[in-house]
Design a protein around this ligand. Structure first.
Ligand code: GDP
Ligand code: IMO
Ligand code: MG
Length: 434
């Protein structure tokens, strides 16, 4: 049995897409377990660039199967356009992509509701991706959501759709929003989407469990990151799903007893998009340097990502929540030109050392990071694929991160392409993937 979860250990955009694509070669199936088209996972293969939003990165490996689990919210228009783009780039999708009949359906009205809540005076704006993700999950938890299985049943879909949408329009009007959504036209459009996705829809929990029983292997792909998890992240500046490792089980219907390993992905520094507390944010020129060298602009919204220094207490926290066996450090090359690299090794609050991640935004905002400065290596690591070839100071930096986080660094990424990666010989990560 070899079923591994790969997920983000920071605030998203850690380079999960590249790492999942790379390791998917060693698995039969890649399954996404939460989120929606708020995710943007970038993969470079040769001269082709792919940005995956809803479709698991495993689709890029010929012969592999890709599963969109029950934990996702699916905007069918976004999904169809993503499939069309993949096909135009030569990726075969039919017969390889499977969509859970229990995933939830995202409608334009969800975007309208989000615009309303994000823009309301007096309400804290989260700085979302404006895709309607939160309101769709609200409907799921509120037990009024429409699922893919409902979309497949034209008779009952119509009645349920009309009733749910009427409620949304009533709420929007109460708040003075009169967005002209042509609800009938949208319903007809969704009925057409239903026919296009019908051949891909199935009970993916059964598909996955039967595959595992038959000896096949599954790689679970997380979206967002643990600090954006609805329970464990910097609430309310989070996304609306379970991005942490536990979400892989609830979001696919595969039991925890079937999981053999969990790998976290982290940048050699840290970034965040949108609002919310960020203890190690570099608000000086260093943040701009990281953004420029790392090309830190959102893959979905194009927004500049906030940049800062590696935060070891944060990683210790996310390692505990997820039970990481190993971590992958990405974008090491982005730090190549720094003379010194600060690493946050502890938090202080009101004059005392903290041993835990504070639960409230107010406290996290007041946290004072304690830094240790590590000498930079001032040499190019770009594209290096063997651990021994990394400059000694770069290896010292990685060793320092290992000591301060208590987690093995099993893999290092030195560029966006598949071959620009170091897997450390003898690591737990190597054994998990063997
Ligand atoms: P994801 O959402 O976690 O999949 O990450 P994104 O795709 O949003 O952002 C990561 C960005 O960094 C992408 O543009 C990747 O192509 C790029 N990337 C990934 N790993 C590396 C690396 O090791 N070095 C460099 N320079 N870029 C990388
Ligand atoms: P990937 O999978 C980085 C952030 C948004 C916002 C918050 C809530 O590419 O790592 P939402 O639209 O989800 O309700 O927004 O979460 N966010 C991400 N940040 N990477 C992502 O995905 C993100 N998905 C959502 O910026 O702060
Ligand atoms: Mg991303």
């Amino acid at each position: 049995m070899r079923n591994v979860i790969i997920l983000g250990s920071q605030w998203g955009d850690e380079g999960k897409g590249k790492i999942v694509d790379l390791f998917s070669e060693r698995f039969d199936i890649v399954a996404r377990y939460q989120g929606g088209h708020n995710a943007g996972h970038t993969v470079f293969i040769g001269d082709k660039k792919f940005v995956l939003k809803l479709v698991p990165s495993g689709i890029l490996r010929p012969g592999k199967q890709a599963v969109i689990g029950n934990g996702l919210v699916i905007d069918p228009a976004a999904l169809m356009s993503e499939i069309e783009t993949l096909e135009s780039l030569g990726v075969a999708v039919p017969g390889r992509l499977f969509i859970s009949n229990r995933a939830h359906v995202l409608f334009p009205a969800h975007r309208m509701m989000e615009k309303m809540s994000e823009g309301r005076p007096g309400r804290v704006s989260i700085g979302t991706t404006s895709r309607g993700i939160g309101p769709c999950y609200e409907d799921k938890i509120g037990r009024r959501g429409l699922r893919i299985a409902d979309l497949m049943d034209r008779g009952s879909f119509r009645a349920r759709y009309d009733s749910v949408m009427e409620e949304k329009v009533t709420i929007a009007k109460a708040f003075g929003i009169y967005e002209a959504l042509d609800l009938d036209a949208i319903r007809v459009e969704y009925e057409a989407f239903a026919e296009r996705i019908r051949p891909m829809v199935c009970d993916t929990a059964i598909l996955l469990n039967e595959a595992i029983r038959a000896g096949k292997t599954v790689l679970f792909e997380g979206a967002q990151g643990t600090m954006l998890d609805i329970d464990h992240g910097t609430y309310p500046f989070v996304t609306s799903s379970s991005a942490s490792a536990g979400g892989a089980c609830t979001g696919t219907g595969v039991a925890p007893t079937r999981i053999s390993g969990i790998i976290g992905v982290s940048k050699a520094y840290i970034t965040r998009v949108g609002g919310g507390p960020f203890p190690t944010e570099a608000l000086d020129g260093a943040g701009d340097r990281i953004r420029k060298r790392g090309n830190e602009f959102g893959a979905v919204t194009g927004r500049p990502r906030r940049c800062g220094w590696f935060d070891a207490p944060l990683l210790r926290y996310t390692a505990a929540i997820n039970g990481f066996d190993s971590i992958v450090i990405t974008k090491l090359d982005v730090l190549d030109e720094f003379d010194n690299i600060p690493v946050c090794v502890g938090y202080r609050l009101a004059g005392r050392d903290l041993t835990e991640m504070p639960p409230t935004v107010a406290e996290i905002e007041k946290v004072e990071p304690v830094y240790e400065c590590i000498p930079g290596w001032r040499a190019s690591t770009f594209g290096i694929s063997s651990y021994d070839q990394l400059p000694p100071r770069a290896r010292d930096y990685l060793a320092f991160l290992e000591t301060r986080t208590g987690v093995e660094v099993g893999c290092v990424s030195t560029g966006p392409e598949r071959n620009q990666t170091v897997v450390r010989p003898g690591s737990r990560l190597e054994k998990l993937l063997a």
